[in-house]
Design a protein around this ligand. Sequence first.
Ligand SMILES: [Zn+2]
Ligand SMILES: [Zn+2]
Ligand SMILES: [Zn+2]
Ligand SMILES: [Zn+2]
Length: 172
Amino acid sequence: MPRFEAVDMEAVKKSVQTGPDARASLEVGLVEKAGDRVTVRCGACQGTGADRHTRGHCRACGGKGLVTIREPALRCAYCRGSGWQPHKERLGCSICGGKGVVTVKEPFVQCAFCQGQGMAVSTKLPCYACQGKGVVAVKEPLATCPSCQGTGKSNDARLPCHACKGKGVVTI
Ligand SMILES: [Zn+2]
Ligand SMILES: [Zn+2]
Ligand SMILES: [Zn+2]
Ligand SMILES: [Zn+2]
């Protein structure tokens, strides 16, 4: 019998929501909240509505400077909210479509495999485990993954743990 270590979901959620980057910085760009939708400042143009490369309309927001997405919304981990593909700054972010924010399914935890970075460190490609969002949807109740002890990594650290698919936690 593997010994499961119960996970305090409230603490996990709190750490995600109050993490240095996620919701805290999303709040900065929050313009309006209506029902299950939030309107935030567009990441790619930083609210100006202009494409910073072509000076035409920003494609991510259609020139409005604002984007509306479904809640719960988090800052896109892969592009860090910039709306641009990391290291290929002329391409829009493939994860958030340039908005700088993504909708996530609740409940979620920070991706253990990439530690919320949304990126595979070696390749700079979107993290396989969380598809670049930096968080992964989970089903409660949760326990620390007994195979990887919560690291989300397999023996080959470049690959996510098989048992938890990189989440670091498993549903009991
Ligand atoms: Zn824009
Ligand atoms: Zn993005
Ligand atoms: Zn990840
Ligand atoms: Zn695991």
